[in-house]
Design a protein around this ligand. Sequence first.
Ligand SMILES: *Cc1c(COP(=O)(O)O)cnc(C)c1O
Length: 426
Amino acid sequence: MVSAAAETAIHVIIMETFKLNENFFKIPESYLFSEVAARVAAYKAENPEADIISLGIGDVTRPIAPSVIAAMHEAVEEMSTAEGFHGYGPEQGYMFLREAIALHDYEERGVHVSPDEIFISDGAKSDLANIGDIFSAQCRVAVTDPVYPVYVDTNVMGGRAGRLSSCRWDRIEYLPCTEENAFIPSLPSRCPDLIYLCYPNNPTGTVLSRAELAKWVDYAIENQCVILFDSAYESFISTPGVPHSIYEVPGARKVAIEFRSFSKRAGFTGLRCGYTVVPEELRLPASDGKMHSLRKMWLRRQSTKFNGASYVIQRGAAAVYTRGGLEETSRQTAGYKENAALLLRTCRSAGLEVEGGVDAPYVWVRCPEGYGSWDFFSLLLTRLHIVSTPGCGFGPAGEGYVRLTAFNTPEATREAAARLSALKNC
Ligand SMILES: *Cc1c(COP(=O)(O)O)cnc(C)c1O
């Protein structure tokens, strides 16, 4: 055994001698989706006649709304003329899109966010990953468990995670969300600097009430932490009283950065567009004794490392907020929500314990007694020809669950539901 001090010393020598960011080597190969694909392929090879339905996909499947397509066509045509050509755009995003977001996503919900606080990007994943640039490598991180793996892996790359032991990084605080706490995480005990919250949640499909979210905001204010609030699934919320934005909670502008995406709301997973809100009031002290604006730092980061999302795509995103765009995209979301509701009902009547599925496209299913995530995955695959995602792939607290998604077609989802209702007889 090497002592921790000796290990740190060795680590320093390694970092001084070699040129690569060795944090990358600490991250275990993510085998979740490749293992799922391999098991499905193996089963198909042995059972070529099996009609396999995927409820494992985390990608949308419906085509882009006509209003968005029309706006992008128009933008492409503009680009073909000398007057309408657009070269490098503003790094923070075009004002027409930032104004539409400020108005429709915030002002209309009674929340004030200025266009200057909105940063357009090529998607929420990049922003969630890049936000680490403005924080110290010493920051302590807390995540809910199960968790969207991007939060954890990017902090490993940034050197904030410590060492991996029994599936957990020792400098990251994991806040379990399980049946025992009704999937509502407890406040951290180790006083982190950065807290990642994702609501509606991927993978559990759960939401936080305004009162629950207020506890986090108050905690962050008291303890001077920053909440990184991922609301990629905001458009799936229909339950009254569930906050759509963390800024609906008083004081949140002082402590929270909000990440949003057009991916799940308007099918932009292949087009790529999202945005991040960094409020003016979000300031933290530095070693120079001064308070520093995180908005200013993020602006500097983006204008140095990012040259803006494409003009055509931003025109498409702005069309989401037109009357036609709103109607078309909300119809799509409603379709996915119907799929989720059907899966939820069916699982319940089949005697399974389920979470989510109401304000999110995910249904989080507790495996039957005696089954682990992979056992239940195999049962669903071999008996019902349904592909799920084993919950253990999202963190230690995900063991004993599988995730089903509502992103397949209504027809395939209905067929899957019919098979699930026969589960009792399996
Ligand atoms: C899909 C998803 C996103 C959105 O990612 P994009 O890069 O905008 O496509 C962000 N967070 C979570 C938890 C997601 O599931």
